[in-house]
Write a protein that binds this ligand. Structure first.
Ligand SMILES: CC(C)(COP(=O)(O)OP(=O)(O)OC[C@H]1O[C@@H](n2cnc3c(N)ncnc32)[C@H](O)[C@@H]1OP(=O)(O)O)[C@@H](O)C(=O)NCCC(=O)NCCS
Length: 187
């Protein structure tokens, strides 16, 4: 059955994706700040350590985006209840296409969390009405991020010119994509 919005919460054996609430602000801030040196090279927003107020503002903006359909952001939580990152479906490419973004806590990488989250969000995206393609974008230098989409059956659509937005980026951006038909064939 198609829905207008993705699920509020997705429970996987090793990872839960759920919408953040105000009470998450302090734990989210700690996860971001503990990961600062790992995020700062790649995430344009990671220019300074964050405050609880900034996390509260982020949570409020996610709520507004969710309501308007501009984007659907999730906290990633491991079975111990630790915040191990965030991931989101962004509605900013054009009709019928959603883009997935993610980051994982520096102390919880290489355990498949980004791949798991992106796989769950790809399935959630194709559960929504009118979504025909899902994309994952990353800078050509971001090898760890680029390792995620092919594991899920995404294909490299194009490498397009772009500007550097974070210190470790080279500029050109890889656009990985998967169609509804290809995802359903995999399933
Ligand atoms: C990119 C990122 C989200 C990956 O998270 P993760 O949970 O470690 O990812 P996964 O464990 O699902 O997969 C990572 C894969 O990258 C690959 N990889 C890891 N380190 C690598 C490296 N140094 N060079 C090339 N590939 C690498 C491996 O294939 C690994 O899979 P494996 O489990 O088979 O070893 C995480 O490193 C991160 O948060 N980076 C900083 C923020 C960022 O770059 N976000 C994405 C912006 S586009």
């Amino acid at each position: 059955m198609s829905t207008e919005r993705p699920p509020e919460r997705i429970d996987l054996p090793e990872l839960t994706l759920r919408r953040a609430v105000e009470d998450d602000a302090a734990n989210l801030m700690k996860a971001v700040n503990d990961s600062f040196e790992h995020l700062q090279p790649w995430m344009p927003w990671a220019t300074e350590k964050r405050t609880v107020q900034e996390e509260l503002a982020w949570i409020a903006s996610c709520r507004a985006e969710w309501e308007s359909g501009l984007g659907y952001a999730y906290l990633l939580e491991n079975p111990d209840g630790d915040v191990v990152g965030t991931a989101a479906l962004h509605n900013r490419i054009g009709p019928g296409v959603l883009e997935i973004g993610y980051w994982v806590h520096a102390g919880h990488t290489r355990r498949g969390h980004a791949t798991r989250a992106a796989g769950a969000l790809t399935g959630a995206a194709f559960g929504m009405e009118g979504v025909e393609r899902v994309e994952i974008h990353c800078d050509v230098a971001n090898k760890r991020s680029a390792a995620v989409p092919p594991k899920l059956g995404y294909e490299l659509l194009v490498i397009e010119d772009d500007v550097r937005t974070a210190p470790a980026e080279e500029g050109p951006r890889m656009r990985w994509g998967i169609t509804r038909a290809a995802w359903e064939r995999r399933a």
